[in-house]
Design a protein around this ligand. Structure first.
Ligand code: PMP
Ligand code: GLN
Length: 384
C-alpha cells in the first residue's frame, strides 16, 4: 500500500460515534445536525430524482448548480466568477480537498497547515509526496503568531491551507490574520486553499470574509464549500471548488479520476437551495448561536473553561478545571461511557508527534435540538 494510507488508523469521528452508540451516549462528538434539513431543498432533490435527470451529469457539474454557485458568491461577497471555467462541483468538500491537494502538490513540495486542523488534510498532502509544515494556534485565544507563520514559508512552499470558520476551534479568522496570510502568499507566490465549509455559520455580527476577495488573491486562491454544511444535510456530500480558471481546470483533472461527477438530483436540490432568500441563511446562524449559548452556559456551569466561539458547529472546552491533567482522549472515553455524553479530543487534530499538540481540550458539537443539549449538560453536571 501507499505507506501513508497503509499506516492510517480510523478517524476520531468514527471511533467516538461508535463508542457513543455502544454506550448509549448523547453524541456531541461527530459534527452533524439531528434534524433532516430544509423540507423545500429535499423536495427539490426528490423531484429531480423522480423526474430526472438521473444519468451522468457533466464532469464539472450541472450548469444550473454552477450558475447558482457563482450567483451565491456574487450575492454574499461581491465576487465575480465565470461559472463555466471557475466553478467545479465535487462529491463533498472532502473530495474537493482531496482533488485540490493532490492536483496542486508534487513530491518535495511543502504545504502549510495551521494546527489544529481537520483530519483529512494531512494524509492527502503526504500521499502526494509533499511535506506538511505546521504553524500552531496558541490557546486560550487560539491566536496565530504572524512571525511563526512567516517562518513557515520557504522556497518549497506550494500552498497554505486556511480553514475559516475553523474546525475544531470555532474561530473565525479576522482581518489582521487574513491580511498577513494574503501578504505572505503574494510575497512567496503561494496558492491558498481555503476550506470555508462553515461560511454561513458565523455568529454575533462577525462576518466571514473569503481570502479570495483580498487584493491580488483571486488568481491564487481555491475556495472550497460544502452544501452539506450550508443546508445541514451532511450526508449529501455535494461540494464546490471555485477559483482562477487554471487552478480549477487542474483540480478538475483530479476530480475526473476520483469520482468524475456527483449525483444530479442532489446537485439540483442544492441549486434550488442556493437561491433561497437571505433570511434563511441569517436565521439558521441565529438559531445556531442560540444553541451555542445554551451549551456554553451549561458547560461553564459544569466547570469547563470554554474557548471563544465565533462560528461553526463546535465549542472547545478546557478540561483542566474538571479533569486535572487527565489526557483529553481518556476524558472523552470516560464521559462517553460513564456520563453518557460523547465529545472529541482536540489532540486528534494535530500531526502525529506534533510539539504543539494540546491534550487538555475537547470539542462539543452544538448543532442539536436544544432539549438534547440540555439533557447532555444535565448528564455532565450530575457526573462531574
Ligand atoms: N472541511 C471541514 C472543516 C469540515 O468540518 C468538514 C466536515 N464535514 C469537511 C471539510 C467535509 O465536508 P463534506 O461533508 O462536504 O465532505
Ligand atoms: N466534519 C465533521 C466533524 O468535524 C465530521 C467529519 C467526519 O465524520 N468525517 O465532526
Amino acid at each position: 500500500p501507499n505507506p501513508v494510507y497503509g499506516a492510517q488508523g480510523t478517524t476520531i469521528f468514527t471511533i467516538m460515534s461508535a463508542l457513543a452508540a455502544e454506550a448509549g451516549a448523547i453524541n456531541l462528538g461527530q459534527g452533524f445536525p439531528d434534524d433532516e434539513g430544509p423540507d423545500d431543498v429535499r423536495a427539490a432533490a426528490a423531484d429531480a430524482i423522480i423526474n430526472g435527470p438521473n444519468q451522468y451529469p457533466p464532469m464539472m457539474g450541472l450548469p444550473d448548480l454552477r450558475r447558482a454557485v457563482a450567483a451565491h458568491a456574487q450575492r454574499f461577497y461581491g465576487m465575480m466568477l465565470d461559472w463555466q471555467s471557475q466553478v467545479l462541483i465535487t462529491s463533498g468538500a472532502t473530495e474537493a480537498l482531496a482533488a485540490s491537494l493532490s492536483a496542486l502538490l508534487k513530491p518535495g513540495d511543502e504545504a502549510i497547515l495551521i494546527e489544529p486542523f481537520f483530519d483529512t488534510y494531512l494524509p492527502v498532502i503526504e500521499a502526494a509526496g509533499a511535506k506538511a509544515v505546521c504553524v500552531p494556534l496558541h490557546p486560550p485565544a487560539w491566536s496565530l503568531d504572524h512571525d511563526e507563520l512567516a517562518a513557515a514559508f520557504s522556497d518549497r512552499t506550494k500552498l497554505i491551507l486556511l480553514n475559516t470558520p475553523h474546525n475544531p476551534l470555532g474561530r473565525v479568522f479576522g482581518d489582521e490574520d487574513l491580511d498577513a496570510i494574503a501578504r505572505l502568499c503574494r510575497m512567496h507566490d503561494v496558492v491558498a486553499v481555503c476550506d470555508e465549509v462553515y461560511e454561513h455559520m458565523v455568529f454575533d455580527g462577525a462576518a466571514h470574509r473569503p481570502l479570495m476577495t483580498l487584493p491580488d488573491m483571486a488568481a491564487r486562491t481555491v475556495r472550497i464549500q460544502s452544501a452539506g454544511k450550508i443546508f445541514s444535510l451532511t450526508g449529501w456530500k455535494v461540494g464546490f471548488v471555485s477559483g482562477a480558471a487554471d487552478l480549477v481546470s487542474l483540480i478538475s483533472k483530479a476530480h475526473q479520476n476520483l469520482v468524475f461527477t456527483t449525483p444530479p438530483g442532489l446537485q439540483l436540490g442544492v441549486a434550488y437551495g442556493l437561491g433561497k432568500e437571505e433570511s434563511f441563511f441569517r436565521d439558521q446562524a441565529a438559531d445556531l448561536a442560540g444553541r451555542r449559548d445554551l451549551l456554553r452556559a451549561g458547560l461553564e456551569a459544569a466547570g469547563f473553561a470554554i474557548s471563544p466561539c465565533e462560528g461553526t458547529y463546535f465549542l472547545t472546552a478546557d478540561i483542566r478545571p474538571v479533569a486535572g491533567d487527565e489526557p483529553d482522549t481518556e476524558f472523552c472515553r470516560r464521559i462517553t461511557t460513564d456520563a453518557k455524553v460523547a465529545a472529541v479530543p482536540i489532540s486528534a487534530f494535530y500531526a502525529p508527534g506534533s510539539p504543539s499538540r494540546a491534550t487538555n481540550f475537547i470539542r462539543f458539537c452544538f448543532c442539536k435540538q436544544p432539549t438534547l443539549l440540555e439533557e447532555a449538560v444535565a448528564c455532565l453536571s450530575r457526573y462531574l
